[in-house]
Design a protein around this ligand. Structure first.
Ligand code: CTP
Length: 397
């Protein structure tokens, strides 16, 4: 619930602005007060009157409205809320935020606020994938801006792909996560998740079958206890946890860099299925068959061990958790792994095919810590995530 909470909602100028009307309603259903701000472009898509009527509030639209400034200055407006939400966050607004521009009311509020900011990006797929937007997103992540979405799907412009704004209820979930009080409030937890892809040439890569489901569930469970979560994920199919700082990477080396940048953290959970090796000298052109009947040999080099690096970092989190997928002698192998990596806990999975755990919806975990091995009953990945999050909260005190 969001009873008594105040959300400053900045509506950007994109076709997804119509969904922001619904978002206002859904936030109000949860008890929040919504103070709306429209950019000049947004007012071309939804009318200030409809926004104001729905919100039951005055809508702020122009930086240089002297009456507004006399009643409530833009600095005060930016701070009177518990959270600032930008939905839709257009490519233009994201660029302004990344650059620190303050040339209209929305961008000025975003510069002046001392509250957390959550963006729900929405734009054409090409604009979303454009290196400039991805650069801006990385900058905003680094600045601690939270994000939700975008989703994949058909767009108003007729194209298909990533760039659709998250649905109002997904945004509400992210708002609740950002404002949640819980035992992990004020704690920063880093989660790695998903597979990594190691390129062979521009069109081929080496991957593994990790879906990222367990990592996403862990991040959601941590968010539900009030943690601030940085979620570094490889190209996984599982939905990204709403309300986390999501950092998308492709390779193990990119994941290692992203993790390094995300420190310090109070705890780290390395749930990613990181490739052990990458191809040395991956070709920048598509490799061709040479008629010999054999694939040209590939040379491999070991990837950085992220869990080991975090466990031995100068800015080591108080608690470092890793996973071990084992097929035999689970406890002995996992105990050795814990010592080798230098982490505090290892969650060991028995992944023999007959367990149905790999790629399945359940997990059977043995928690290996300094105190020994503790067997958890077989449970869903969500339940395992909730149990782990509760244990992390206990350990961080
Ligand atoms: N890990 C990592 N960076 C790597 C490799 C693994 O952070 N380059 C982390 C994983 O996220 C996981 C744990 O280390 O938490 C798994 O360790 P790993 O040595 O890969 O073990 P297994 O995958 O179980 O394989 P093996 O014992 O065969 O090496």
């Amino acid at each position: 619930m969001l009873t008594g909470r105040k959300v400053l909602l900045i509506i950007g100028g994109g076709i997804a602005a119509y969904k922001s009307l619904e978002l206002i309603r859904r936030l109000q259903d949860r008890g929040a007060t919504v103070v709306p701000v429209l950019t000049r472009a947004a007012a071309e898509f939804v009318t200030p009157l409809s926004v104001s009527a729905l919100a039951g509030q005055k809508v702020f639209t122009d930086l240089f409205d002297l009456t507004d400034e006399a009643e409530m200055g833009h600095i005060e407006l930016s701070r009177a809320a518990d959270l600032v939400v930008v939905a839709p966050a257009t490519a233009d607004l994201m660029a302004k935020m990344a650059q620190g521009l303050a040339n209209d009311l929305a961008s000025t509020l975003l510069m002046a606020t001392d509250k957390r900011v959550l963006i729900a990006p929405a734009m054409n797929v090409r604009m979303w994938e454009h290196p400039a937007t991805q650069r801006n997103l990385a900058t905003l992540n680094g600045d601690g801006i939270l994000s939700v979405g975008p989703n994949e799907g058909g767009m108003a412009c007729g194209e298909f792909g990533s760039g659709r704004m998250s649905e109002p209820l997904e945004i509400v979930t992210a708002v609740e996560a950002a404002l949640r009080d819980g035992p992990l409030k004020g704690r920063h937890v880093l989660v790695t998740s998903g597979p990594t892809h190691e390129p062979i040439d521009p069109v081929r890569y080496i991957a593994n079958r990790s879906s990222g489901a367990q990592g996403s569930a862990i991040a959601r469970a941590l968010l539900s206890l009030g943690a601030e979560v940085t979620f570094v994920t490889g190209p996984a199919s599982a939905p990204r946890p709403a309300g986390a700082h999501v950092v998308e990477v492709e390779t193990a080396r990119q994941m290692a860099d992203a993790v390094d940048q995300a420190l310090p953290a109070d705890a780290a959970v390395c749930a990613a299925a990181v490739a052990d090796w990458h191809v040395v000298g991956a070709s920048d052109k598509k490799m061709k068959k040479d008629g010999s009947g054999e694939m040209p040999p590939l040379n491999f080099a070991e990837n950085p061990d992220i869990l080991k690096t975090v466990s031995n970092a100068a800015a080591r989190p108080k608690l470092v958790v890793g996973f071990a997928a084992e097929t035999d002698d689970v406890i002995r192998h996992a105990t050795e792994k814990r010592a080798r990596k230098g982490c505090d806990w290892i969650l060991a999975n028995d992944v023999r095919p007959e367990t149905g755990i790999m790629g399945g919806s359940e997990n059977a975990i043995t928690l290996i810590s300094a105190e020994g091995a503790e067997e958890w009953p077989r449970m869903s990945k969500e339940q395992a995530a909730a149990k782990l999050a509760a244990r992390i909260a206990e350990a961080l005190g």
